[in-house]
Structures are given as structure tokens and as C-alpha cells.
Ligand binder design. Structure first.
Ligand code: FAD
Length: 322
């Protein structure tokens, strides 16, 4: 079966891996410039040299047995390392957070810079209308984007799926990355919940990162919601103030300040796992169907692939895949 997967984040790629392993052909379409999604790493050149920062998920946890097996395999291949400083069962990608997603994407047919605008169903086959033209035909389509981006794609074809997606309201996060010319005079490399900052992490406490003094801070969801539409320079200044207050240090100017607005950072918890309509050949996966963690995204992708592989196209209705 030829299958389109919209979204090449952790969920879409996990789904693709399983489907391709079973002999299907998967084409992934992603609006991003490269691999990562919400596990992405940004690289910039500064006057102090190259700096890279994980500005989405700073680490991930591995609690589920199947996911832990996958993580162990990535560890053997040098793609992740345990990161106890982040908490129990915490891991980080090496040399950057997007290492695993990048590796998974390298083995799939991914079309980057391709924004899916709509799904067209004709004669029992699917096409995906994108800003680069029509892609298809496909026998099935999997939507592996955040809920808010999935809802408009699903709505013309499966109202129940679209309803589930529109009920999953994600919380936003403003993130800031600051590069300093000299190491800051603090023994801390990670802090949580100080003022408006939910999390601050220095690159130097992660393995295999470049040596520049680079910090990533995440504003808490309430502050991010209240300031969602503010201009980036204003956000950078506010985050920097809050950062120095949190560390009780005098303010110094960074050599580089970069912000990113994650509009759909954290979906609510869910028990749906994934959604699959075998009659239409339409599915959905992503962290919004399980919980706001990378592990949940991966498990949701697997859940959808297994539902596709185990159910025939002849049966009716789109119900949560068990
Ligand atoms: C600030 C922040 C902090 C986080 N902290 C943690 C943490 O500490 N621990 C943890 O486990 N998790 C954390 N997470 C959550 C984790 O990153 C996500 O759960 C996980 O990455 C979700 O994967 P996904 O594949 O479901 O979605 P995504 O990674 O969002 O992937 C979806 C993909 O779909 C693409 N896309 C969207 N719409 C379209 C379209 N119309 N056409 C084409 N492509 C499209 C996007 O470009 C993207 O690549 C954090 C996330 C953020 C943002």
C-alpha cells in the first residue's frame, strides 16, 4: 500500500518505520526545513563560534517497555545518552536533541518544505494538496501533526476524528536561547519554576554539546499564553530579565538571542493513542492522542501503524485504535 504521512516528527516517523518494515511504501510530507518537529535543534553562527541549542524538548523520558527497548537500541548506536540530571528515566539526543528523529528521517522518503493544505479523496484514493503541488495517489493518509494542525485536514473526511482533534487544546511555550561570550558565574546548569521561567538549561550540562555558554529557557505556559502575540524582541528582553532574576546574577548582554514561539507545545493527556478509519484509509497519530511527551508521540505512531496493519479496509468506522 502507498501511504502518505503528513508530519515527519517523532510520531509520523515512528508510524512510517513500522509500516515500511511491513512492506508498505510511505511518503512523508513536512512543512519544516529539516528533521525535528518539537524535538528540533537550532544551529547558529555567533561571534563566539558555532552554537546549537535544543529549543523544543530539552530531554525525553522512557517509561514504556517497548519505547525503552527502542531507546536502548539508539543508545547502542550512539544517538542518545541517559541524562539523570533531567530526572528519573531522562535521556538526551547526542550530539543534539534531534539526533534520533534525524536518523529515522534519513531512512524514509521525506519531502521537506512541503505544507499540506488539504486532503482530496477521489475514486477511493487520496491526494494531498500542498504548497508544492498535488502529491498522490495514496491508498491511505496518516495525519501526524499537532491536533490544531490536524483538525482542518481531517474535518472534511471524518467528523469524529476532527472533533477529537479540536477538543485537544495545546498550551504554548515561548522559548529563548541566549549565547554569552563568557561562562556565567553560576554553579547551576538547570533550574525549574523560577518566576515566569518554567525551565532553564545550559548546554554545558548536556553531553557532546559545543563549548559556547548557551542557555535555553522556556517561559511557563500561562505567561506564554498571555504574551503569545507579542513581538519576538520584546519576548527576548523579558525572558532575559527573568533569567537573570532567576539566577540572581547581574544582567550581561548575550552575543546572540533567539526566540521561538511554540504555539502547540503541550497537548493535554489523552487515552485515545491513535485514530484509524479503515473504511477511508485515514488515520491520526501524535502526542495529542496520548500525552505531552516525546515518548507518547512515538508510541502513538506505533499504535497507528499496528492498527493499519491489523485491520482490514473492509470494516467500518473510525474508532480509537487499541
Ligand atoms: C518547549 C517544549 C518543551 C518540551 N519538553 C518536553 C520534555 O521535557 N519531555 C518530553 O518528553 N517532551 C517534551 N516536549 C514534547 C515533545 O517535543 C513532543 O511531545 C513531541 O516532539 C511530539 O512529536 P509529534 O511527532 O507528535 O509532533 P511534532 O514534533 O510537532 O511533529 C509534527 C510535524 O508535523 C509538521 N506539520 C505540521 N503541520 C503540517 C502541515 N500542515 N503540513 C506538513 N507538515 C506539517 C511539523 O513541521 C512537524 O515536523 C516539549 C515540547 C516543546 C515544544
Amino acid at each position: 500500500m502507498r501511504i502518505a504521512i503528513i508530519g515527519a516528527g517523532f510520531a509520523g516517523l515512528s508510524c512510517a518505520e513500522e509500516l515500511v518494515l511491513a512492506g508498505h511504501q510511505a511518503v512523508l510530507l513536512d512543512k519544516g526545513r529539516g528533521p525535528g518537529g518539537r524535538m528540533s535543534t537550532r544551529r547558529i553562527t555567533t561571534v563566539c563560534g558555532e552554537a546549537s541549542f535544543d529549543h523544543g524538548a530539552p530531554y525525553f523520558t522512557a517509561r514504556d517497555r517497548t519505547f525503552r527497548q527502542a531507546v536502548a537500541a539508539w543508545e547502542r548506536r550512539g544517538l542518545v545518552q541517559p541524562w539523570p540530571i533531567g530526572g528519573l528515566e531522562a535521556w538526551v539526543g547526542v550530539p543534539s536533541m534531534n539526533a534520533v528523529v534525524k536518523d529515522m528521517a534519513s531512512r524514509q522518503d521525506v519531502r521537506w518544505n512541503t505544507f499540506a493544505q488539504g486532503l482530496v479523496r477521489e475514486g477511493g484514493l487520496w491526494s494531498v494538496a500542498t504548497d508544492t503541488g498535488l502529491h498522490g495517489p495514496f491508498e491511505a493518509v496518516m495525519v501526524a501533526t499537532p491536533a490544531e494542525q490536524a483538525a482542518p485536514l481531517l474535518s472534511l473526511h471524518d467528523l469524529e476524528m476532527a472533533r477529537a482533534a479540536s477538543l485537544a487544546k495545546s498550551k504554548p511555550v515561548w522559548s529563548g536561547a541566549f549565547v554569552f561570550a563568557d561562562p556565567l558565574q553560576t554553579p547551576l546548569g538547570l533550574f525549574r519554576d523560577r518566576g515566569i521561567i518554567a525551565l532553564g538549561v545550559a548546554n554545558r550540562i548536556k553531553p557532546h554539546r559545543a563549548s559556547a555558554e548557551c542557555w535555553v529557557v522556556h517561559a511557563d505556559s500561562q505567561w506564554s499564553t498571555d504574551h503569545l502575540e507579542r513581538p519576538a524582541p520584546e519576548i527576548a528582553a523579558a525572558l532575559l530579565d527573568a533569567f537573570f532574576q532567576a539566577l540572581e546574577l547581574p544582567r550581561v548582554a548575550p552575543v546572540e538571542a533567539v526566540t521561538h514561539r511554540w504555539r502547540y507545545a503541550f497537548p493535554p493527556e489523552s487515552s485515545l493513542k491513535s485514530l484509524w478509519n479503515p473504511t477511508l484509509g485515514l488515520g491520526a497519530c501524535g502526542d495529542w492522542l496520548l500525552g505531552p511527551r516525546a515518548e507518547c508521540a512515538w508510541l502513538s505512531g506505533r499504535s497507528l501503524a499496528r492498527a493499519v496493519l491489523s485491520r482490514s479496509f473492509a470494516s467500518v468506522s473510525s474508532r480509537p485504535a487499541s
